[in-house]
Design a protein around this ligand. Structure first.
Ligand code: ADP
Ligand code: MN
Ligand code: MN
Ligand code: MN
Ligand code: MN
Length: 346
């Protein structure tokens, strides 16, 4: 096995144990299926990380309704209620990945599970057709903790975002693998790009209506964890529109929404991420200020940006640049709708 030049090449990618496991197990992962494996995925009690557990089904489920609730899971005795079904890009075949809403035994949402409260708000404004698109930034790291491809903790010279070239962008194959796996699974992806700092990347999910964005963003994070490691900290941007913003003359509605957002800055920041986000947004000259709301057209140093092309067309969407990379997209979408959509918004 280890005389194979391709294998040796892959060994140098990272810690030997990780590579050894991935390479040596490959033949078994490719065994033809004789049944259907369904991986249940839910969000942990701190609302920050996906968890997963797999069970066998004799027949391939044809729809979400055919996937049973999994009861008595974990020491918390959770019930995992299936809410969205995807193809499994890791073992392919008939196998499935199912995103679940974790419930307590009495049926209430488990701690960390924010989907239900988001869904309720989305149902209430359904007729306004809210769309969301999430830009998830992340840093690829190795098990030793350094960003992928870095030889020391000192950053290699930063270039520009979207640049090309092996010596400037680190880990493109990982980003591509993640992207392919997400598309295969059935996640609505919008794109992906390298960022200025080598090993920093971004993928975009959406645009998706209502609760679907949160579901798809969480699944894309889960797949990133399976393809590689946990996310390093960076930012996340939530793009948002309603039907009236997307229609001719919608810019007026975008401005109205921005006015409402400006009045609830503190409340939004409390839901958009932890202390690291405060640090990130206080890096003068790169981002907006954590404590102050600002907005601008075609300027990325503001809390909210109206893309230049949206301003020119007079319709489209706005971009909220304040969320942290590890925000809960359910909470961000819910806050945007509550502030911008409900009549007489607080
Ligand atoms: P940028 O880096 O310029 O901010 P990206 O291309 O990285 O923009 O991301 C744009 C995001 O906006 C994507 O996630 C896309 O799905 C989303 N998007 C596009 N149109 C809309 C819309 N009308 N409403 C909400 N989101 C949208
Ligand atoms: Mn982007
Ligand atoms: Mn970005
Ligand atoms: Mn950014
Ligand atoms: Mn953006």
């Amino acid at each position: 096995l280890f005389r194979d030049p391709q294998v040796l090449d892959e060994m140098s990618l990272g810690p030997q144990t990780l590579c050894l496991q991935r390479i040596a197990m490959r033949p078994y992962l490719a065994l033809p299926p004789s049944h259907c494996q369904v991986t249940y995925i839910w969000i942990n009690s701190s609302g920050t990380e996906p968890m997963s557990k797999t069970r066998i089904m004799q027949n391939e489920p044809e729809s979400l309704e055919e996937v049973p609730v999994w009861r008595g899971v974990h020491k918390r005795e959770l019930s995992l209620v299936p809410v969205a079904i995807f193809r499994d890009p890791f073992i392919r075949g008939p196998h499935k990945m199912v995103l679940c809403d974790a419930r307590n035994r009495d049926g209430t949402p488990a701690t960390g599970s924010r989907r239900e409260e988001c869904l309720r708000v989305m149902e209430a404004v359904k007729d306004q057709k809210p769309w969301f698109g999430f830009e998830q930034e992340f840093v690829l790291k190795t098990l030793e903790g350094l960003p992928f491809g870095w030889s020391s903790a000192t950053a290699p010279p930063a270039g520009a975002s979207a640049q090309v070239g092996l010596e400037r962008v680190f880990g493109r194959d990982i980003s591509l693998s993640h992207y392919n796996a997400c598309v295969y699974a059935g996640i609505k992806m919008a794109g992906a790009a390298g960022e200025a700092m080598p090993a920093q990347w971004e993928f975009q999910v959406g645009p998706s209506e209502g609760i679907a964005l949160g579901d798809h963003a969480w699944m894309a994070r889960y797949i990133l964890l399976r393809v590689w490691l946990s996310l390093g900290q960076r930012g996340g941007h939530m793009n948002f529109s309603t039907e009236s913003m997307r229609e001719e003359g919608g810019l007026r509605c975008i401005h109205e929404a921005i006015e409402r957002l400006s009045q609830r800055h503190t409340q939004h920041m409390a839901l958009y991420g932890g202390p690291e986000n405060q640090q990130r947004l206080n890096t003068i000259g790169i981002n907006s200020d954590f404590n102050t709301f600002s907005w601008a057209t075609a300027n990325r140093k503001s809390s909210v940006r109206v893309p230049g092309h949206v301003s020119q067309r007079g319709q489209g969407y706005l971009e909220d640049r304040r969320p942290a990379a590890d925000c809960d997209p359910y909470l961000v979408c819910k806050a945007l709708v509550q502030t911008c959509c409900s009549p007489g918004a607080r």
